[in-house]
Design a protein. Structure first.
Length: 402
């Protein structure tokens, strides 16, 4: 019982907060606005941690590469495999959700908005949109949650420089590692009151929009589960066949990390069993020991699928219907970025959701609404996140010629 509560306690409490908040919203109606200050108080506390959390988590992920001693050839294949698998999951889930579309019922509930200067603005050239999305023209502008993409670019460069200099900058490397640990602990402490904060926010949302939106969340959960199931069974089997691994042997070794992922709801907890399973599948230790820990931080196919649902939810909610290749590319690209910056805290925290709000140009408080999708889809997403890193190690082994 203690083990069950340790693994699922935070998620169950957050779900309880959402359920109670939803019921209060239905019962109180517009009077649920009295709970808004509590929800906003929690959101503001989260907001002030977002910038340092993104900086330290991204920079620390790059520094880990040098500590892992991964050779350039293997690192190149690793990044390529991560990106390829994420693109496959992203475009497949986008296509599935375009056919099985649970978002039309909430279209325009947030009012019509124009994403001026963004990728969906037809009057803006793609070059100008890229410059505006990924860069700012002054350093202080990086210290704003509205410029998370430029902050990620800066953190990548910073982490790369620290990784290259290595032993020459031990103090800076220590600062990155220990600073990241401190910020993560602060976020963990703050997430202990998340059931109250998110519950109050959700009550206010339901009171304002009505209880119909609850049914929409259930349908979103079902389509996310369907996308994860296809990725888990079909795509993983195809990857195994490409690596010349017998399916019987492959799925036998997939059982331990799958059970661990469902039992702990943590990708990090799956690293030891993933490494053992990778070796049983013939993956070289130097590859498994580098690819799997790195993938735990950066490669999350389940989170990509969930993020596609979040982005589509936001677009439809604010009256925007994504059409064409450009819109699909925006949704998938933003979903991959969101999955990469998600913190290793209960149900991923709100970092990724704030990134979506920043890129789409909507009110940051809407991140709490998107976080509900991440909460209810946490288990199928974690299953795909964790096992995807085992599969990635076999692909890297095959491509690197080991």
């Amino acid at each position: 019982m203690n083990s069950f509560w340790k693994n699922y306690g935070s998620t169950l409490l957050l779900l309880a907060g959402l359920i109670i908040g939803g019921l209060l919203g239905v019962v109180l109606g517009e009077d649920a606005v009295v709970l808004r200050p509590i929800g906003n108080l929690f959101l503001n506390l989260i907001f002030v941690l977002v910038v340092p959390l993104v900086f330290f988590s991204v920079a620390q992920s790059i520094v880990v590469l040098r500590a892992g001693g991964m050779v350039k050839k293997v690192l190149g294949w690793t990044v390529g495999v991560f990106l390829f698998m994420s693109l496959v999951s992203g475009f497949f889930s986008y296509g599935l959700m375009s056919i099985w579309n649970p978002f039309t019922a909430i279209a325009g509930q947030g009012g019509d908005v124009t994403l001026s200067g963004g990728f969906l603005d037809e009057e803006v050239k793609i070059g100008d949109a890229l410059v505006g999305a990924f860069t700012v023209n002054d350093f202080p502008l990086l210290l704003s949650r509205e410029n998370l993409l430029p902050l990620i670019v800066f953190a990548l460069l910073f982490g790369l420089a620290v990784a290259i200099l290595g032993a020459k900058v031990p103090t800076v490397e220590k600062l990155v590692n220990e600073g990241g640990a401190v910020i993560m602990k602060m976020m963990e402490l703050l997430m202990k009151v998340a059931p109250i904060g998110i519950g109050c926010y959700f009550a206010d949302t339901i009171g304002e929009l009505g209880g119909q939106i609850v049914g929409n969340y259930l349908e979103i959960f079902l389509v996310v589960c369907a996308a994860c199931a296809v990725s888990y069974f079909v795509f993983n089997s195809l990857y195994a066949l490409y690596c010349h691994i017998p399916l019987g042997k492959f799925w036998k070794e997939m059982i331990p990390p799958s059970v661990t992922a469902i039992g702990t709801c943590s990708s990090a907890a799956c690293m030891p069993v993933n490494m053992a399973a990778a070796r049983n599948l013939g993956v070289d230790s130097s590859i498994a020991d580098g690819v799997i820990p790195l993938g735990t931080n950066l490669h999350k196919d389940g989170s990509v699928i969930t993020s596609v649902a979040k982005v589509l939810f936001a677009l439809y909610f604010f009256g925007i219907t994504p059409t064409g290749v450009g819109a699909a590319a925006l949704v998938v690209l933003l979903s991959i970025l969101q999955s990469a910056v998600v913190g290793a805290i209960p149900v991923g925290g709100m970092t990724g959701e704030l990134l979506i709000c920043a890129v789409l140009g909507v009110d940051p408080s809407f991140a709490a609404t998107l976080m509900i999708i991440g909460t209810i889809c946490d288990i199928p997403a974690t299953l795909l996140n964790a096992t995807g890193n085992l599969v990635a190690s076999t692909l890297v082994q095959r491509l690197a010629g080991k």
